[in-house]
Write a protein that binds this ligand. Structure first.
Ligand code: CA
Ligand code: CA
Length: 306
């Protein structure tokens, strides 16, 4: 009997504590949970998966989009650029061979996310001091002019119509990264005149972060100073006769670059074009012109695979 009374008393005390908890304790706990749920609902995520790509004087960034974010702020060496509306950005005009510390946060009208962990990205050392790059804002063309080759102007060779032009195109080597190291595909491209948009050049190639090296020979129809033009999205380098005549390693969309070199009609010159696509749309077009040659995409007849 005594044992049962004790059990009943313990049971009663337990019930009183439980009722007290229900009346006074629980509302407090519940309201805290509701409050933190409301905070979580609006909290912006920190931008993640930040990828960088550097050149001598540029740093390109992209990151995963953040839900509910309307824009992004980027801090680069302490200076903040606000209101970037897409999840990618390119800083231009940076110092070469310099480390930049970068953080990104998301923003909308109500709030800011925390800054991402700082990451360090270093620009490359400038190697080719002779190369002059001028910007022509009127035509939105980045001009890289570098004249090589024969010293005296050469007139078209008499009887040049006897020259034969029967090229087959250039060897295209396609890589599944932007650094021309992860070879995925080799093929002959009759000309370099590609507008891939958001698509990939081939099922074996990713839609972003791929690169291509085209090699072979180029054969001009006329003698004289030739302009070569690359219209690329994104970076490009072009060598003709083993001279680097275009060096635009971080081409913005629809940027045309021009390089100039003197050539002799009918000669076959080494040509190499390196290109990479970083993000978004992809494009690679190689054209030429001279005083005797109207501007055109360099046709298959003038290109020879190695
Ligand atoms: Ca793409
Ligand atoms: Ca692109």
């Amino acid at each position: 009997m005594y044992g049962n009374r004790k059990k009943r008393r313990i049971y009663s005390v337990f019930m009183i504590l439980l009722i007290f908890q229900l009346c006074f304790g629980m509302p407090g706990i519940l309201s805290e949970e509701v409050y933190s749920d409301e905070l979580d609902k609006d909290k912006l995520d920190i931008p993640g998966n930040i990828q960088t790509s550097a050149t001598v004087n540029t740093i390109a960034l992209k990151w995963n989009p953040v839900a509910e974010a309307e824009s992004y702020d980027i801090e680069i060496n302490g200076s903040v650029t606000e209101g970037i509306e897409v999840n990618e950005h390119i800083f231009e005009g940076l110092e070469s061979n310099t480390e930049y510390v970068i953080r990104i946060r998301a923003a909308n009208e109500e709030q800011l996310s925390e800054w991402s962990d700082p990451l360090v990205c270093k620009t490359f050392e400038a190697k080719n001091d002779a190369l002059e790059t001028n910007s022509d804002p009127e035509n939105d063309i980045t001009v890289t002019e570098y004249v090589y080759g024969v010293t005296e102007p050469v007139n078209p060779i008499p009887g040049e119509e006897q020259l034969t032009f029967d090229g087959n195109g250039l060897l295209g080597e396609y890589y599944n990264n932007i650094s021309l190291t992860d070879l995925a595909l080799r093929r002959i491209d009759h000309e370099i005149n590609f507008d891939w948009g958001f698509e990939s050049p081939d099922a074996a190639i990713k839609g972003n972060t791929f690169s291509v090296r085209w090699t072979g020979k180029v054969q001009p129809r006329y003698s004289g100073k030739y302009n070569f033009y690359t219209l690329t999205n994104n970076g490009v380098r072009l060598w003709v006769n083993n001279k680097l005549i275009i060096n635009n390693p971080l081409s913005l969309p629809n940027k045309e670059s021009k390089g100039t070199i003197k050539l002799l009609a009918g000669e076959k010159y080494d040509i190499k074009m390196e290109y990479y696509e970083f993000l978004g749309k992809a494009k690679a077009v190689l054209s030429w012109s001279s005083k005797d040659q109207k501007k055109e995409v360099i046709p298959q007849s003038q290109l020879y695979s190695p």
